[in-house]
Write a protein that binds this ligand. Structure first.
Ligand SMILES: Cc1ncc(C[n+]2csc(CCOP(=O)(O)OP(=O)(O)O)c2C)c(N)n1
Ligand SMILES: [Mg+2]
Length: 456
């Protein structure tokens, strides 16, 4: 009631200052006023003053005023082309050989930061290799690697602060690694043991951490985009010095939620970075069969979102672009879209064999000479910051730590059966109670069929 009264008091002011043509008693006006406290859309109310517009148009015929703004007129019937003449260029700092491209503008990185980013990319690559093998040995039920996309993972994470909230797709565990998720936390989730925060109820790789501001991975594609717009809007309302970063693949942009998320964020001026990993594939569907536009960045512009295309295999380009995007998102309170061009080197997941639908030679080229890790190593080595000896030590150490973490996680007991039915409802509903009785009864009748490491 009090809020209502306050809003009512504001209306006369609002109407005077914005030459608004709304009925003063309209509750719509009250709600619109509240919304405009957070976004600049209210300024556009001026555009609704049709009387004045008609007068102006009589005098100057060059433009027409529509509710969305002034539009120039043309006597020519001209359709806009489906493609611009030139493809949108890709921002790059390092060339294929790890040399700085002459004239490139980028965010300087210290030796410490560069080595940190490099080591974490190597750690991610090592984790991927070992966890993938563990799945092949039948020790894990499922796995999915980020091979080829290590720079997007690590350099984007390095450009953020821990206050920034991450909504991942699933191919971004490097962001979590950078934030301090331990190898034990990774393996506890993968093995679904009782230390796993999800209590073993999620598929492997569905990591999440409240502490590290990292939403839990959810497999239904693109649901994280409209959610990200909402989370970012809440940061805006709380006037936080932070933004949201939402990751997604090229394939995810075909979901309706992509469009809803972008439009919502643009209109509400939400501080969110939409970070698209355009890796060429959505399982077996190539981007050429996914969309006919020149990639993703231009779609940002269509929604009124400042956008950039960047070489996702270039650590310095990703780092610089995301740093700039973060600053703009927070300072200007608006969304930014980053399209990071890359290649999904791995099979989609352990349930896929990508050699059935793409050329092995192409995969190998991206795995070796186009690897973001190799390119960045050339740069740090040329700077005198890294040597072959450091490489051997680093890889040996990480391998040992990952293997130890696996062995430890494998030995930890699984969460008890009861956990399967908890944490969703305040009172377990009768159908779930019935399912629990049923499973317990089945276990009694067939005890050998029940895994011995899951407590009853
Ligand atoms: C709504 C929905 N539709 C389909 C799927 C099945 N699916 C899982 S991953 C995937 C491909 C996604 O490709 P992309 O977004 O490019 O990410 P990438 O795997 O290349 O990183 C599909 C179709 C799903 N998980 N959710
Ligand atoms: Mg993809």
């Amino acid at each position: 009631m009090e809020m209502f009264a306050k809003s009512r008091n504001l209306i006369p002011f609002l109407l005077r200052s914005r030459k608004c043509c709304y009925n003063t008693n309209s509750t719509a006006a009250i709600f619109i006023q509240r919304r405009f406290d957070s976004v600049k859309a209210g300024e556009q109310l001026d555009l609704y003053n049709y009387r004045e517009d008609f007068d102006r148009d009589d005098q100057h015929q060059q433009t027409l005023n529509f509710p969305g703004g002034r539009v120039p007129i043309t006597p020519r019937m001209k359709f806009i082309s489906e493609l611009s003449e030139k493809r949108l260029p890709c921002y790059r700092v390092l060339d294929d050989d790890g040399y700085l491209i002459p004239g490139t503008i980028f965010e300087q990185v210290s030796k410490e930061l560069a080595l940190n980013m490099y080591s974490t990319m190597v750690a991610l690559q090592t984790m991927d290799t070992i966890f993938y093998e563990a799945q092949r040995q039948g020790r894990l039920s499922f796995y999915l690697t980020s091979t080829g996309e290590e720079a997007i993972n690590i350099a984007s994470a390095a450009a953020l602060t821990l206050d920034d909230i991450v909504l991942p797709q699933y191919r971004e565990p490097g962001v979590l690694l950078w934030r301090g998720f331990t190898l034990e936390e990774f393996t506890d989730q993968l093995f679904g043991n009782k230390a796993d925060y999800g209590k073993g109820r999620q598929m492997p790789i569905h990591y999440g951490s409240n502490k590290l501001n990292y939403f839990t991975v959810s497999s239904p594609l693109t649901t994280q985009l409209p959610q990200a717009a909402g989370v970012a809007y809440s940061l805006k309302m709380d006037k936080k010095e932070a933004c949201v970063v939402v990751y997604f693949g090229d394939g995810s942009t075909s979901e309706g939620d992509f469009h809803a998320g972008l439009n919502f964020a643009a209109v509400m001026e939400a501080p969110v970075i939409f970070l698209c990993r355009n890796n060429g594939w959505a399982i077996s569907t190539p981007v050429t069969e996914q969309f006919r536009s020149d990639g993703i960045a231009i779609k940002g512009q269509a929604y009124g979102i400042r956008s950039i295309r960047v070489d996702g295999n270039d650590v310095l380009a990703v780092y610089s672009a995301v740093r700039a995007a973060r600053q703009m998102a927070i300072k200007e309170q608006k969304p930014i879209l980053v399209e990071a061009m890359t290649y999904r080197v791995s099979h989609h997941s352990t349930s896929d064999d990508s050699t059935k639908y793409r050329c092995v030679k192409e995969i190998e080229q991206w795995r070796t000479e186009k690897s973001p890790i190799t390119r960045f190593r050339k740069w740090i080595q040329r700077n005198g910051w890294w040597a072959d000896q450091n490489e051997t030590e680093l890889r040996g150490n990480i391998r040992k730590q990952v293997l130890e973490a696996i062995q430890a996680a494998e030995k930890v007991e699984k969460p008890p059966l009861t956990d399967l039915f908890g944490d969703v409802y305040d009172k377990v509903p009768s159908n779930l109670q019935e399912q629990e009785r049923f499973i317990r009864d089945t276990i009694k009748r067939h005890p050998k069929e029940y895994p011995s490491d899951v407590p009853l």
